[in-house]
Design a protein around this ligand. Structure first.
Ligand SMILES: C[S@@+](CC[C@H](N)C(=O)[O-])C[C@H]1O[C@@H](n2cnc3c(N)ncnc32)[C@H](O)[C@@H]1O
Length: 385
């Protein structure tokens, strides 16, 4: 890909965020933006590709399409992979990993097909330079993704490397943290504006708060990490330098932020504190240890967003069935005037909280189907409706 030529790219994202990602990529200069299930196809130059990696808050990766093909069996996939001029794309000294995803593919063994793709890449290198790249399954320099449908296949080079939700600031995982791009998507879906107070009263490791602060301060989500494209033969270090310099500078006109986080668990709060510090946004967020069932609202109105605990064990299921009505009562008693958003995979929440959701947006957390519930709390509200 030369600097200005337009290439085909695909950015996977959590399902439910495709339309928001399409808008984000358009704003980053992408062309031919086409939302699909689980991601967005687009066209762009290397500059657009670098920008998308550095600045997209919603994409999980940016994949560069290197070949499309028709196939009937493993030999057909091998032949298609062998036709790609891999030695022109990356050096033989780079380590490699192949990932394969298949939907309705007739192939019997995906593991065997993955090996055949790896063989095709290595055979192509052997023909060209007498050597072959090593395989590294944990920290490869270069990742090749193959996507197979019934008769159609696509080979991609991963321009991101580590997935983009790994921003490089997380030091503490805490209990069931949200992925960073899902947290950013939830914030976008709430319509929160940096002028408004924002509270996460079950903040865990602080993901929503870090993402909110980064957004409000105009910080690039990828500023603290490296990317797969830096290992490609065509890597243009000067262009990359320019893209980094042009990336959103912390806005000097940024409003005074009112970001609040709390959790009733001191360990979770300590993790949030360390994560906020590692991301360099701790000064914008006020944290305190508090129980959502008793804490006061930090402002007369604002946006409350949280990812309540969810249970897989029977005991915690019962505890949650008691927690949801108490949470509904707490919101009604102390958060009149607030727009409240709860993100959960637990379908009992909407019923047991005894508040009428103004909106429910389906969103996937990996394979787990979730909902983002919006509740507009007005004084003396909706019990029993
Ligand atoms: C699923 S985790 C939130 C994860 C968080 N979004 C993140 O990305 O790290 C739920 C959190 O709710 C907290 N929590 C549970 N009950 C609470 C309560 N009554 N008041 C405040 N926090 C509570 C737990 O300590 C836990 O950190």
């Amino acid at each position: 890909m030369s600097s200005n030529r337009s290439e085909s790219l695909f950015a996977p994202c959590p399902r439910g965020l495709e339309a928001l990602l399409a808008a984000e990529l358009t704003a980053l200069g992408a062309d031919a933006v086409t939302p699909a299930a689980g991601g967005v196809g687009f066209a762009g130059s290397w500059e657009t590709c670098y920008r998308a990696n550095l600045e997209s808050r919603l994409a999980s990766r940016v994949l560069w399409r290197v070949r499309e093909f028709e196939y009937a069996d493993e030999a057909g996939v091998y032949a298609a992979a062998r036709e790609v001029d891999w030695p022109a794309l990356f050096g033989v000294e780079r380590s490699l990993r192949v990932n394969l995803t298949a939907i309705r593919s007739p192939l019997k063994s995906l593991d065997f097909t993955t090996l055949r793709i790896k063989d095709a890449v290595c055979d192509r290198f052997r023909d060209a330079c007498g050597g072959r790249p090593d395989v590294d399954r944990t920290a490869p320099d270069v990742r090749i993704h193959c996507f197979l449908e019934r008769t159609h296949g696509t080979l991609y080079l991963d321009t991101s490397g580590e997935p983009l939700f790994k921003r490089g600031w997380r030091t503490e995982a805490g209990e069931a943290p949200l992925r960073e791009n899902l947290a950013a998507g939830i914030l976008r879906l709430t319509g929160w504006r940096p002028e408004e107070p924002l509270l996460d009263p079950m903040c865990g490791s602080g993901t929503l708060l870090v993402e909110a602060a980064m957004m409000a301060r105009g910080r690039s989500p990828g500023a603290k990490r490296s990317f797969g494209f830096e290992k490609f033969a065509s890597f243009d270090a000067r262009l990359w330098q320019r893209v980094r310099e042009n990336a959103a500078e912390p806005a000097s006109h940024a409003p005074k932020l009112q970001l609040y986080g709390s959790d009733n668990d001191s360990h979770a709060l300590a993790a949030a504190r360390r994560n906020l510090a590692a991301a360099g946004v701790e000064r914008w967020v006020k944290l305190e240890q508090a129980d959502i069932l008793t804490r006061a609202a930090p402002a007369p109105s604002g946006v409350l967003v949280a990812n309540p605990p969810y249970g897989e064990r029977i005991g915690s299921e019962e505890a949650l069935a008691r927690f949801y009505p108490a949470l509904g009562d707490a919101l009604k008693a102390r958060f009149a005037g607030w727009r409240c958003y709860l993100f959960s995979s637990d379908t009992r929440l909407a019923k047991l909280i005894r508040l009428q959701p103004a909106k429910r947006t389906p969103l996937f957390n990996g394979a787990l189907e979730c909902r983002l519930y919006e509740f507009a709390i007005v004084a003396g509200s909706h019990r029993g409706r």
